[in-house]
Design a protein around this ligand. Structure first.
Ligand SMILES: Nc1ncnc2c1ncn2[C@@H]1O[C@H](COP(=O)(O)OP(=O)(O)OP(=O)(O)O)[C@@H](O)[C@H]1O
Length: 572
């Protein structure tokens, strides 16, 4: 897939291996199928000729031919499988990597409306399906067309009216079998990929929200949803298989009809003596072998419909370009953190979420100096998290946003995130031990440094009680409390040493006393030279922040001085 692939056609072109790698498979596939037809033709000739009891010398060339074609058929088939799969699987790997590369700029805010099962389905099942384009569509179509044509020419040399009959039978069979396959299986084939995604969605939803489902007694309902999706998928797969079996049976019937037609056409020649017995056998039996090869044509049509449906789904999961609301990834990252200089500044900044009609932040002016601690308050839905996502360049900022002397519009978003870091509202913890959860912030950190970072955020005693850095945190931090997850996330951010740290609602879900202690620990752990933008629903203890700003309905109302008292009521 190229970097600009967004139409199904472009996805399909990207799924085809380069000709220099794939032509071996085409050639070997053709040679194998041509050998199969030649084997039957030579065998038929040999058996009938042998029954005439000629001197054995007349038969020896045919005997060698039978041996040669029997061996070459299997050898070329093996070669075709080897080279075809090698080319297709290599292409598959690069297709999947390209797809992931194109999804990365959309994360996290460009994927909010995309269901996880659809992305998973596109990345796993649909990309897997694409390998069938070279293997089950192009290769069988090319080799069976060439072999069928070659067989018609061969029969024409023996008895031309039989060649014309074979050609007509092949054309009629191609039309009938393909139409039958389309009429009986197309709907099921197109339904399979979306049904797989629906099942993946149902399973992911079930596992991801098992606690809520259990708490509300809705688990059985969710399991029913999975069972329903599974039954629908199974039903579609059975319908597809039935359609394929029906098509195969039809092709066998048509093969028999072609042989009978060949007998009828060749009979006058045999009766008049212009067609010898061995030649008659060739004319009558070759259609059988040709039809065996040709059976892959309706199967290729069926594979094509599924490949096309998968290509459409992949194209659908990738917008033509990342939405304009996301920070543009047009500048290559340098890997160097932009200098903070005199701080970060937003001027007349407007920020929108993808697909939202109205901006979530409007005309915001905000300056954060190095080492400054700024509390951002506001009611639910006012735009606080939007500010956090704009500051770390997940969302694009219309208007000005400078880091030190440079505008972020001349910097790569990845580079900006080396200077401005985010501890998100629901920190992502991986189902690994604590060490691994910290090391991905700085993989060169020693155990002593990791423990020191955990000590700074008040997790020292907890760490020792858990048995050290090898303790696991569970899937998405299931084995730690919300406050502990926030502390681990902060320890991770401290290891990175961001000059500006945005803490988005670190006390969400923590009781009031615990929240004061958590905030004091978090802000106490951050170095004096690090600026902090603290987003919070709740008041913060005196002396923890230098300045407070309030966001209301997407507009920022600046106020300076210490944090307001609880009586002033920050949160609705
Ligand atoms: N992914 C999204 N897509 C579209 N709109 C969104 C998205 N996330 C938030 N919004 C909208 O943007 C506006 C601001 O939301 P935001 O999350 O910034 O509020 P908030 O002040 O952080 O609220 P809370 O304190 O409840 O977390 C809201 O109207 C919200 O509905």
């Amino acid at each position: 897939m190229t970097a600009t692939a967004t139409t199904p056609g472009a996805v399909l072109r990207g799924a085809m291996p380069p000709a220099r790698r794939f032509w071996w498979a085409l050639a070997a596939g053709f040679a194998s199928e041509a050998s199969a037809v030649a084997l039957l033709a030579v065998s038929a000739w040999l058996i009938v000729r042998a029954s005439e009891q000629p001197p054995v010398l007349y038969l020896s060339a045919a005997v060698v031919g039978v041996r040669f074609f029997a061996i070459s058929r299997a050898s070329f088939r093996y070669l075709e499988r080897l080279t075809g799969h090698d080319a297709a699987l290599r292409q598959l790997a690069s297709t999947r990597a390209d797809l992931v590369r194109r999804l990365v700029p959309l994360a996290p805010d460009g994927l909010a409306r995309t269901r996880r099962g659809s992305v998973l389905g596109a990345l796993v099942d649909d990309v897997d399906e694409l390998q069938n384009l070279p293997l089950r569509v192009v290769q069988p179509l090319v080799s069976s067309a060439l072999v069928a044509l070659g067989a018609v020419v061969l029969v024409a040399f023996v008895w031309w009216p039989a060649a014309l009959t074979l050609l007509a039978c092949l054309l009629v069979a191609a039309a009938i079998a393909t139409l039958w396959g389309w009429a009986s299986g197309a709907r099921a084939e197109r339904a399979i990929a979306p049904l797989r995604a629906r099942l993946a969605d149902a399973v992911l939803d079930h596992i991801g929200s098992l606690d809520v489902l259990t708490a509300f007694g809705a688990e059985a309902q969710s399991r029913k949803r999975i069972a329903r999706s599974d039954a629908d998928l199974r039903h579609a797969v059975v319908r597809r298989s039935a359609a394929q079996a029906g098509t195969a049976a039809l092709v066998s019937l048509l093969a028999g009809a072609a042989s009978i037609a060949a007998v009828l056409v060749a009979a006058p020649g045999a009766a008049s003596g212009s067609l010898t017995g061995p030649s008659l056998a060739v004319v009558v039996l070759v259609p059988m072998a040709v039809f065996e090869v040709f059976a892959s044509v309706p199967m290729a049509a069926s594979a094509w419909r599924q490949v096309r449906a998968s290509a459409e789904r992949i194209a659908d999961s990738l917008p033509a370009a990342p939405p304009a609301e996301l920070a543009r990834e047009t500048i290559e990252p340098t890997g160097d953190a932009p200098a903070l200089g005199d701080g970060i500044r937003l001027h007349a900044a407007t920020v929108r979420w993808p697909g939202a009609a109205e901006p979530a932040l409007r005309d915001v002016d905000l300056a954060i100096r190095p080492g400054e601690r700024v509390l951002v308050i506001g009611s639910s839905g006012a735009g606080k998290s939007t500010l956090a996502h704009a500051l770390v360049r997940f969302l694009e900022t219309e208007g000005g946003y400078d880091v030190g002397p440079r505008s972020v519009h001349e910097l790569s978003p990845d580079d900006v995130r080396l200077t401005v870091g985010l501890c998100e509202q629901h920190p992502m913890l991986f189902d690994e031990d604590i060490r691994q959860n910290l090391l991905f912030a700085r993989d060169t950190a020693t155990d002593a440094e990791l423990e020191a970072a955990l000590d700074r955020v008040g997790l020292g005693p907890w760490l020792r009680a858990r048995g050290g850095l090898d303790a696991r945190v569970g899937e998405r931090g299931a084995l730690v409390s919300g406050g502990q997850a926030q502390r681990i996330a902060l320890a991770r951010a401290l290891l990175r040493g961001f000059p500006v740290l945005v803490l988005d609602e670190p006390t969400a879900g923590v009781d009031p006393e615990g929240s004061d202690r958590l905030l004091a620990d978090l802000l106490g752990a951050v170095g004096d030279d690090q600026a902090v933008v603290l987003i919070s629903h709740v008041t913060v203890p005196d002396g923890l922040v230098d300045r407070v700003v309030r966001i209301e309905d997407g507009r920022l109302l600046a106020r300076s001085g210490p944090a307001p008292s609880p009586a002033q009521g920050l949160a609705p």
